[in-house]
Design a protein around this ligand. Structure first.
Ligand code: NAP
Length: 247
């Protein structure tokens, strides 16, 4: 017998849900009937995103809070904010991330701390808070948005590579910690996605059509969730199928 898992009525937390991939994931989960709680650091962007996510009669299924997930206290605020607003937590999408790309000797200590704090420590903070809440609900699903930079190092990527390599190892170990509690863990490693990631503030570069979109990553999240409970696709690589040819 196939035991698929449906999303209707489930409560999802999406960090960095105010823009980019996280916004697309939040929108896709709402489309499937889930209740969604998002966060981002910038209050104005968060409010605008909550308005657009809440259109078409979904206002009562979406909420969020301004938070910086590199702070443990803010992660507590996000995860418990979702539980207080919607009655529990079933799904956690650790998506918020930053990229600073410089050679090691030019990278500041603050840039290192911000990258590792947002891309790796924040995931531990949010999982630490969400796992007991998921156990109370009989299980759950944690998605960690990693990157192909988590398996492919490159010059200038020391902080970003370290954070995403670390995230992959964290995800695999945690998967083994929580699997018998009915909590599934997948980490998704996209290649280039057409978002504002890493762009200087205010830049208006047109999206490149060969790249993945946030909707592609969101579809992976929804499809993975729907897999029969017994099956876990724990490590996903997603890349543009036709990137520009190397010259
Ligand atoms: N775009 C790509 O090509 C690509 C490829 C592989 C993997 N990824 C990964 O995908 C994830 C999302 O990237 P994206 O392309 O969607 O980036 P994005 O367009 O820059 O969006 C990042 C989101 O995270 C939020 N955020 C950043 N730092 C935060 C913090 N400390 N606390 C709370 N929220 C924070 C941002 O809101 P605020 O700025 O308001 O905080 C925004 O909502 C990241 O983990 C990234 O490493 C991206």
């Amino acid at each position: 017998m196939t035991m698929t898992v449906e999303l209707g009525g489930k409560v999802a937390v999406v960090t960095g849900g105010s823009r980019g991939i996280g916004y697309s994931v939040a929108a896709a989960l709402l489309d499937e009937g889930a209740k969604v709680f998002i966060c981002g650091r910038t209050g104005d962007t968060l409010r605008t995103s909550l308005e657009s996510l809440g259109c078409a009669g979904r206002r009562d299924r979406v909420d969020g809070v301004a938070a910086d997930v590199s702070s443990y206290d803010d992660c507590r605020k996000v995860v418990h904010g979702a539980a207080n607003r919607f009655g529990g937590v079933d799904i956690l999408v650790n998506n918020a991330g930053v990229g600073v790309f410089k050679p090691v000797d030019q990278l500041t200590v603050d840039e290192w701390d911000r990258t590792v704090g947002t891309n790796l420590s924040a995931v531990f903070y949010c999982c630490r808070e969400a796992i007991p809440l998921m156990r109370q609900r009989g299980g759950g699903y944690i998605f960690n948005i990693s990157s192909l930079a988590g398996v492919n190092p490159f010059a200038g990527g020391s902080a970003y590579n370290a954070s995403k390599f670390g995230l992959n190892g964290f995800s695999e170990a945690m998967m083994q910690d929580v699997r018998y509690d009915g909590i599934r863990v997948s980490y998704i490693m996209p290649g280039s996605v057409a978002t504002e990631f890493g762009a200087p503030p205010g830049s208006t570069k047109a999206p490149e059509s060969w790249k993945l979109t946030g909707e592609d990553i969101a579809k992976a999240v929804v499809d993975l969730y729907r897999f029969p409970q017994r099956a876990l696709a724990s490590r996903i690589e997603m890349r543009p199928s036709q990137p520009p040819r190397k010259k």
